[in-house]
Design a protein. Structure first.
Length: 247
């Protein structure tokens, strides 16, 4: 039975919970909830490429117990789901949602070849532009990188994927950092940037992280952003105004 079928049956069971057969239907609702939860656990595990044994080791339980969860025969506790969510890199709310990661995974798989080809062309164009901006010929870059000029031309045309070791050498030859070639837009770019932002956030001291993470402090953060964008002269006037108030 598919996830969508289970979700539909679960919704139907919810509609009948208030009927005369409530004790029977309540048990059926519990059973369907367990089935749906099991499908979502399996879905998250497969999406993160983890085995049943991996999850069992994490939770210090038998692989058979993880299997029973995935089949809806047993139901984990919230603390166990929290550990699983952390390990499988999904929000814990995934386990009570009605969206399977499998659907997104299938859509992503069909787009990957086109994405790779597009990125090869984009990186090649960036390499070509950087070389032109730096006033270098193909031969000059070939000499400094010890790579064949014809191969570099193929890289610039996006006809051949650039191995990372070659990209590092070529980036240095055109006076660019490798980060210059990173994707900055689109789903993958946004995801990579989010991870970079998270790393920067975690590098902050604990008090600063707590302040930023508190929704009540959003107004203060927005005020700080406004000050950041103010012209120097206007910022000076604001500072003088604040000084007058406090005196």
């Amino acid at each position: 039975m598919s996830f969508n079928d289970l979700a539909a049956r679960f919704k139907q069971a919810q509609k009948h919970d208030a009927s005369e057969e409530k004790p029977h239907n309540t048990q059926e609702s519990f059973r369907l909830r367990g089935k749906v939860l099991g499908v979502l656990i399996r879905d998250a595990r497969l999406d993160s490429a983890r085995t049943i044994e991996d999850c069992a080791r994490l939770l210090n339980t038998a692989p058979a117990m993880i299997e029973s969860w995935e089949y809806g025969e047993e139901v984990p506790s919230l603390p166990q789901l929290e550990l699983l969510a952390y390990y499988l890199d999904v929000p814990v709310s995934h386990f009570w949602s009605q969206n399977a990661l499998e659907n997104d995974r299938a859509k992503t798989a069909t787009k990957q070849p086109a994405y790779l080809a597009l990125r090869d062309r984009m990186i090649g164009a960036q390499l070509h532009q950087a070389r032109m901006d730096y006033g270098l010929s193909l031969e000059a870059v070939s000499e400094s990188s010890q790579l064949d000029a014809e191969l570099i031309d193929q890289y610039e045309q996006g006809e051949v994927s650039i191995p990372m070791t070659h990209l590092q050498i070529l980036a240095n030859a055109v006076n660019k950092n490798v980060n210059y070639f990173l994707e900055s837009v689109g789903y993958v770019g946004e995801l990579l940037q989010a991870r970079e932002d998270w790393q920067a956030f975690m590098a902050l001291d604990e008090d600063t992280r707590a302040f930023v993470a508190n929704p009540r402090n959003l107004a203060f953060i927005k005020i700080a952003m406004m000050f950041r964008d103010m012209p120097t002269e206007q910022l000076r006037k604001v500072a003088e105004g604040l000084l007058d108030i406090t005196m």
